[in-house]
Design a protein around this ligand. Structure first.
Ligand code: ZN
Length: 192
């Protein structure tokens, strides 16, 4: 759950980072940036900002923004019917991104969000600078994290079915509830 103010502030900050990275976006696109707290209600620690450029039945292109200090929880894209699941390639535009995948434990520069050791099982660390890229085969768990100054990166993938993604943290829900400032939490809003 995030407040309307928090959501707008995060949208503005993400749009500014995208533009500073040299990517032109319209004001409508800036206003459509999804602020995702994964239902964990601590956006600054665990969350991501997503601008979907397009998503058809077969291909999707997004720009993801991770603020400095922010971690996107470990997840995977499971098979659906005959489809082996989403294959995803990320490419860093600006900043630096810590990427964690299965493999030998090379965990050095990153950090695990407080109390969440069990939910971040991938400890093979890749540090991607601008123009660094990585492809996650379908079904492979992965998580991201940005140190200073945050990261702006592309995510190009096959068909997106975010609602079916698996998460290591059982507390995650693919639903960001936005509450009006000063109001009791009521309705919910499906972000991605
Ligand atoms: Zn992913």
């Amino acid at each position: 759950m995030i407040t309307r103010t928090e959501c707008l502030r995060a949208q503005r900050r993400a749009a500014e980072m995208i533009r500073q990275a040299g990517v032109r976006i319209t004001s409508q696109e800036a206003a459509a940036i999804e602020v995702v707290d994964f239902g964990l209600s601590h956006l600054a620690e665990e969350g991501v900002q997503v601008l979907t450029l397009f998503a058809t039945d077969r291909v999707s292109a997004k720009i993801l923004v991770t603020f400095p200090g922010q971690t996107e929880p470990e997840h995977w894209h499971p098979p659906v019917g005959a489809d082996p699941g989403k294959e995803e390639t990320i490419r860093v535009i600006s900043g630096a991104l810590h990427v964690y995948v299965p493999g030998a434990d090379t965990f050095r520069r990153g950090w695990i969000p407080r109390g969440k050791d069990a939910f971040y099982t991938c400890r093979h660390e890749l540090i991607l600078p601008p123009c660094g890229q990585w492809t996650f085969p379908p079904g492979t768990p992965h998580w991201f994290q940005a140190p200073e100054p945050g990261a702006v990166f592309y995510s190009i993938s096959t068909c997106v079915r975010d609602a079916l993604d698996g998460f290591a943290d059982p507390g995650v829900v693919r639903l960001t509830r936005i509450v009006e400032d000063g109001e009791e939490p009521m309705g919910s809003h499906l972000n991605i």
